[in-house]
Ligand binder design. Structure first.
Ligand SMILES: [Zn+2]
Ligand SMILES: [Zn+2]
Length: 73
């Protein structure tokens, strides 16, 4: 299902930080808020900073919030 806001379409994509589970280490996933997926502008673009992993050597990727997707364009 696609959600349309103005001229941009969004669709849920699997959260990379929790791998779709909705939680990490027994806590609600900070990237998706426990949903297991995140709304991403279509066509979905993998976050260029972390390469879609949601994690960097320095911690959770700030650009995508850990979701692994480029949330905005
Ligand atoms: Zn998540
Ligand atoms: Zn990222």
């Amino acid at each position: 299902m696609l959600y349309t806001y103005s001229d941009t379409e969004y669709a849920p994509e699997k959260c990379s930080l929790c791998n779709g589970a909705g939680y990490t280490d027994g806590k609600i996933c900070e990237a998706c808020g426990g949903q297991g997926n995140v709304l991403v502008a279509q066509p979905a673009i993998i976050c260029p900073l972390c390469g879609g992993s949601g994690n960097l050597d320095t911690g959770t990727c700030k650009a995508c919030g850990g979701s692994g997707w480029a949330l905005f364009r």
